[in-house]
Design a protein around this ligand. Structure first.
Ligand code: HEM
Ligand SMILES: Cc1cc2nc3c(=O)[nH]c(=O)nc-3n(C[C@H](O)[C@H](O)[C@H](O)COP(=O)(O)O)c2cc1C
Length: 811
């Protein structure tokens, strides 16, 4: 049995090779397949079929020049054998490199992460690496890779480390089924218990509740229709989804669908906010997360309110339900809610789920069951409005199947509605709410294509890119971007790669609620289509929310029109032929909000601070701020309470540059300094409420004890008096390298600003709106996209803005 040294092509057989005893006799394909298996295992090559053997050659020999060794006979005469993977030399993942220090590839991804994922994967191949803000992200849109990443085995597992998109959410709900690590006991316990409650039998029990909810939604929509107004789609999706999951998870009627004026219950608003904060914190990177920041504070407060809610409900159920402990399967069909179930179900050894874990899982379900479904419903309604021919075909198909506005929908009926199924699938393929299931590499892994993923890396399956990957989605219309439900009836699509369509992810950590979700959205869609035609009344383009853990429309408004009489369908004797008129699915733009007013403020005797203020102002203008002013501290809005309040009412950002003279403020800032003293004495903690600021001090260490005295005072006092510090104070030392200190601070400050607000800092022509490289995706029209710049304060201004957008209760 010859001992042969195998090595990756380009690596040294002596130092990095692995010796394998290869059976001499060539018993055909089986022998070499076995060898491939062994080699794949030893070198952690994820997919055995990608391994090929070659005659060793110098490292710089191109892969195509290597002589391949296709049989054991050819291999066993060699002392060393080179390995290629997918016919390629093993290498690191490609991706954008360089960029501004620290920020790295931030603007390669944000704010239009959806379009940019697509752009990067088209440009660099099926696995891409991007690092930014101290974060390292791998993306893939390849079904083989997706299958491997989501397989939950020796190679990859869901482990939510700092680079994982769910990391900030884990801070709020560490052990719930969604956020627990795969190797934690909490996950296996939760999985075991919840699987049973999500099984097919239990699912049939929910059809009634779901249909009832759908009819309540129709009732509200009818009221709205008669008023001839339009509605914010997402907020109504939220009411419908929240109502259902509220009843199923905690047995409460949250009264969100009583009439057209019903509002979204606060518990669901808080859950939405938690997800939003999580995505914002993820986007801003780990350095920002490590510092005290307003999002973290708000997240903690929200989590505590959510916990109180669940504790109270659990106690109520234990008091009132009268349910006794019983085995899982029985509990799944005889308890009054998921919470009741989790509190009373016992496993085969009579054990129950820990109460704390029950609480976290209930919260998880309230969240997972609501925002996903509401996003999905919004996109379904969007597709009804955007593709009227397909919407009509859907209506016709429901009427032909015997559905009726006044008749309950049954589980059997639902399972037979083929076109409804296709319509939902096609919508999820193009507009799926989930977009970033991510798993951690358990070791160094060589992926198909010869890409090396290092141990510990988080790999994200870019679901949207995967589900429009042209190598797998060319059926019928030859265009993956065409909205074509009929493609699901074609052989091509039936025979597609099994991981080319995975809107609910895959593997053990895939969506446990997918049956529930599909049943619910199909019932609501059917009910809505039986009753209404939908018109898109959004002003301008529909945009998506870059600060949300799910893909959802931010501003889609719709008007409901009475559906045509079913008799007309029958009279027209519609055939169920494929719709020939197919349209490209529009890609929503990234969310837009305006940049704040910007003040570069200075207090200078000799002009250094004034110069610095001028520099940042010029940069701000290049970035796209339109309202930029350079002003002395004494003349700035900060000096007068009235002006401060006026400015604080809107979106604002102050960068303050001040010096010290013999421990005192520069002359022009003396009165400002006195004002600070006075306000402090008065304890006026809201003097600077709503003001976003940061301070850089010019100084000189030769002045020893009074070094930076005034900048320190300004920084500390504005904060004590209610201002929101958006970046740490900087210090320049004229005794050393003040310019260098300034440049360094300014670079980090813009980086944080970019991360905070989703601003590309590489500069663009003046004009206020982002242009070229902020949104450099291929499909998006850059000039139609605005930058999002949101106050990072915990002031009412930003919160209201977020909430009104998120919840959109303004029917
Ligand atoms: C259209 C709607 C939905 C979509 C697209 C969706 C998608 C997903 C995806 C992609 C995952 C994997 C997440 C990851 O890998 O990090 C997931 C997990 C999960 N989903 Fe859904 N989901 C939907 C609705 C629901 C509903 C209605 C529920 C509950 C009733 C639910 C409960 C869960 C739970 C508990 C997990 C975590 C499972 C685990 O990690 O073991 N989902 N979902
Ligand atoms: C007379 C004099 C006194 C100073 N006193 C201090 C001091 O107490 N603390 C300090 O950090 N810097 C001190 N400095 C350094 C200045 O703050 C520094 O040079 C700064 O860059 C000046 O900024 P400006 O040109 O914007 O006025 C002093 C400089 C001078 C000329």
């Amino acid at each position: 049995m010859p001992a042969i040294v195998f090595h990756l092509h380009g690596k040294s057989p002596e130092t990095e090779g692995i010796t394998i005893n290869v059976q001499h006799a060539d018993d055909g394909a089986r022998g070499i397949d076995q060898l491939r298996n062994t080699v794949a295992e030893k070198f952690s090559i994820a997919l055995v079929s990608t391994v090929s053997f070659h005659k060793s050659a110098p490292a710089d020999t191109t892969a195509s020049e290597l002589k391949s060794l296709d049989t054991l006979n050819e291999i066993t005469v060699e002392r060393t054998v080179a390995i290629l993977v997918s016919g390629k030399k093993v290498r690191s993942a490609p991706g954008p490199t360089g960029g501004i220090p620290f920020i790295g590839g931030y603007s390669e991804i944000y704010p239009d992460f959806m379009g940019n994922y697509q752009r990067l994967l088209s440009k660099y191949g099926h696995i891409v690496h991007v690092s930014y803000l101290g974060k390292s992200v791998y993306l893939t849109d390849d079904p083989d890779c997706a299958g491997l990443v989501l397989s939950e085995g020796d190679l990859y597992r869901k482990q939510i480390g700092e680079n994982h998109p769910l990391f900030p959410l884990k801070m709020s709900i560490p052990n719930g089924i969604f956020t627990a690590d795969s190797d934690s006991p909490s996950w296996s316990t939760s999985h075991k218990f919840i699987m049973t409650a999500m099984g097919a039998k239990a699912m049939r029990n929910y059809v009634r509740t779901m249909d009832h909810t759908a009819n309540r939604l129709v009732h509200c929509f009818n009221e709205i229709r008669t008023k001839n107004t339009d509605v914010d789609a997402f907020s109504w999706g939220l009411r419908a989804a929240g109502q259902t999951i509220g009843e199923v998870a905690v047995g409460i009627d949250f009264k969100m669908l009583d009439d057209a004026d019903s509002s979204v219950a606060s518990i669901f608003q808080q859950i939405g906010r938690t997800l939003q904060l999580a995505q914002t914190l993820f986007r801003k990177g780990k350095i920002y997360r490590a510092l005290p920041n307003p999002e973290k504070r708000e997240q903690k407060a929200t989590a505590s309110e959510l916990n109180t809610f669940v504790h109270t409900e659990a106690e109520r159920i234990l008091r009132e339900s009268g349910t006794r402990d019983m085995p899982l399967a029985k509990a799944a069909v005889s308890t009054s809610s998921l919470l009741d179930y989790m509190l009373h179900a016992t496993d085969e050894e009579g054990r129950k789920m820990d109460v704390e874990l029950v609480h976290q899982n209930v919260l998880t379900f309230l969240g997972a069951g609501q925002v996903t479904t509401s996003s999905a419903l919004s996109w379904l309604w969007y597709c009804l409005a955007t593709f009227p021919a397909q919407a009509r075909k859907l209506y016709d198909s429901l009427i032909e199947a015997g559905l009726h506005v006044d008749k309950e929908i049954t589980a059997d009926e639902l399972s037979k509605l083929e076109y409804l199924d296709w319509f939902v699938k096609e919508t999820q393929r193009l507009y799926n709410p989930a977009f970033q299931p991510t798993r951690q590499a358990q070791k160094d892994i060589i992926m198909p294509g010869g890409i090396l993923i290092p141990k510990g890396a988080q790999v994200t399956v870019a679901l949207h890119s995967l589900m429009i990957n042209p190598e797998h989605w060319k059926a019928r219309t030859q265009d993956p971007l065409t909205f074509d439900p009929d493609r699901w009836g074609t052989e091509d699509v039936r025979k597609r790669h099994k991981n080319a369509y995975i809107p609910f992810a895959a593997g053990a950590r895939g969506c446990i609620g997918f049956n529930f979700a599909l049943q619910e959205i199909k019932i609501v869609l059917a009910r809505v289509v039986l009753n209404f035609r939908i018109e898109n009344t959004t002003e301008g383009a529909v945009i998506y929310d870059p600060d949300f853990s799910l893909y959802r429309p931010l501003n889609f408004r719709m008007k409901l029109h009475k559906q045509v009489d079913p008799a007309a369908v029958k009279a027209e004797a519609k055939t169920m032929d494929a719709v020939t008129e197919t349209l490209q699915a529009p890609k929503p733009l990234v969310g837009a909000r305006l940049l704040p007013r910007f003040w570069a403020v200075h207090a200078s005797n000799n002009g250094t601070c004034q110069g610095m203020a001028g520099d940042v102002a010029a940069r701000a203008r290049r970035i796209g701020f339109t309202d930029v002013q350079v002003v002395s501290l004494a003349d700035s809005p900060l000096a007068s309470p009235k002006k401060t309040a006026e400015v604080a009412a809107g979106s604002n950002l102050f960068m303050v540059f001040v010096a010290t003279y013999n421990g005192e403020p520069p002359d022009a800032a003396l009165s400002f300094s006195e004002m600070l003293d006075m306000e402090l004495r008065a304890g006026n903690e809201s003097r600077f409420a709503g003001i976003n600021f940061c301070v850089f001090g010019a100084g000189n260490t030769q002045w020893g004890p009074t070094y930076q005295a005034f900048p320190k005072k300004v920084d500390a006092n504005i904060s004590t008096l209610g201002g929101n510090r958006v970046f740490e104070k900087g210090s320049g030392d004229a005794n050393a390298d003040q310019d260098g200190d300034f440049t360094q601070w300014v670079t980090r400050m813009w980086a944080a600003t970019a991360a905070n607000f989703g601003v590309d800092i590489r500069g663009r022509p003046q004009g206020g709106m982002a242009t070229d490289n902020m949104l450099n995706s291929l499909e998006y029209q850059p000039d139609a996209v605005k930058v999002e710049f949101v106050q990072r304060s915990n002031t009412s201004q930003s919160t209201v803005l977020f909430h009104s957008i998120l919840i959109g209760c303004d029917a």
